[in-house]
Design a protein around this ligand. Structure first.
Ligand SMILES: [Zn+2]
Length: 73
């Protein structure tokens, strides 16, 4: 009985953390979209192969702000 109670509390905590994380992601996405919209010549591509960031496209160059991968297009 006690174990089940602890388990459901743990689940509730995880749900709250997941909700927080999702809200955080939504907020960051909206911010990023706003920045891209207001910055001429900048767009965002797919995920970098390092998996830690999306690629930024600017001045005919694709680059990753995290691992410094860079390639001309
Ligand atoms: Zn990268």
């Amino acid at each position: 009985m006690r174990g089940r109670h602890l388990y459901s509390r743990r689940l509730r905590e995880l749900e709250e953390r997941l909700d927080d994380a999702e809200r955080n992601i939504d907020r960051l996405e909206n911010t990023l979209r706003g920045i891209v919209r207001e910055t001429d010549g900048v767009s965002v591509g797919g995920p970098c192969k390092c998996g830690e960031s999306l690629l930024i496209v600017r001045h005919r160059t694709v680059y990753c702000p995290h691992c410094k991968y860079r390639r001309a297009i």
